[in-house]
Write a protein that binds this ligand. Structure first.
Ligand code: SF4
Length: 309
């Protein structure tokens, strides 16, 4: 059995990591704190990343019209019935969750930290949206709670980065990872497989690069084309190749084989909103994709880090 798992998985699951660390069920509650994004409002760019949905990639986040405590309690009420002793991580998911004056950030983070049984914060953001003042506060915060900063990278290929209008360079990303790690803050990185015109080698290179950085976790997504986005327009115009389920599984397994075994896999497929998904349709069967990855890893007799040197 792979070392970092509690079940039949052959990769370092988040479930394993959290159970080992906290010795109880830990549930992540997605919140929408109503932030915007510097890649949308013109500070860094206009229009955002070409795949970004109206919710700012927060499809499963809370309702921004409700306050944070209500959003949190709506979920907690349901989870408490199943796991009465669960602990919680509040996940600031939608858009760029460090993009506001420090006073506003503090007010939002500290509000949820006061809720009973919240043992950590998970904050999704961009590498170009954390200033030094915020970094100092995050460092202090990480000493009193389990703090994770999630950074979107998507790809290391600069050509693709321009095409998707990511709005920052690889160097800016690397520098921010270093700043966070110098402060001992956990870093989880998002990558996307199947970006337009990327080859398998491009996707493997992204993982090779991440291995060189001191990151603690990764979220691997499959590109989803969402209605009414610039990506949908590009797809309708150029009809670029969409990875089949089999191609995606093959690439994910090769990425896992390269990845350091200590890096925790927070996500290994995407979870799109069926109502707005254009392609790929196979993504709607998330558990089928997860099962097929497990089965294929067994068939290949492989595991995370097999080829990590
Ligand atoms: S950084 Fe996130 S919220 Fe901002 S445009 Fe890109 S995907 Fe959307």
């Amino acid at each position: 059995m792979f070392k970092y798992t509690l079940d039949n998985k052959r990769y370092h699951t988040l479930n394993y990591y959290l159970k080992n660390k906290f010795n109880c069920k830990v549930y992540k509650v997605s919140l929408n704190a109503g932030f915007t994004c510097p890649n949308i409002d013109g500070t860094k760019g206009y229009g955002g990343c070409i795949y970004c949905s109206k919710t700012g990639s927060g499809e499963h986040g809370g309702n921004p019209h409700k306050d944070l405590i209500t959003q949190f309690n709506d979920v907690k009420e349901v989870i408490d019935k199943k796991w009465p002793n669960a602990k919680y991580i509040a996940y600031f998911q939608a858009r760029t969750n460090t993009y506001a004056p420090l006073k506003v950030l503090k007010e939002k983070y500290e509000t949820v930290l006061k809720i009973d049984n919240v043992i950590g914060l998970d904050i999704a953001t961009r590498c170009d949206a954390i200033n030094n003042e915020t970094l100092d506060y995050l460092e202090e915060l990480s000493k009193r709670t389990f703090l994770t900063i999630e950074l979107g990278l998507q790809t290391t290929k600069e050509e693709t980065s321009k095409l998707i209008n990511r709005g920052h360079t690889l160097k800016e990303f690397d520098d921010m990872v270093k700043k966070l790690r110098d402060r001992n803050i956990n870093v989880v990185v998002h990558i996307i497989n199947g970006l337009p015109y990327e080859t398998e080698e491009d996707m493997l290179n992204t993982v090779r690069h991440l291995n060189k950085l001191n990151i603690q976790g990764i979220k691997i997504h499959m590109l989803n084309i969402i209605k009414d986005t610039p990506l949908e327009t590009l797809y309708n115009k150029d009809n670029f190749h969409i990875l089949t389920k089999e191609e995606y599984i093959d690439i994910v397994i090769k990425q896992l084989e390269l990845l350091k075994p200590e890096i925790v896999i927070h996500r290994i497929t995407s979870d799109p909103d069926i109502k707005t998904l254009v392609e790929p349709k196979w993504l709607t069967k998330k558990f089928c994709v997860l099962n097929d990855i497990d089965k294929e890893m067994v068939r290949r007799n492989t595991y995370q880090g097999k080829y990590y040197k």
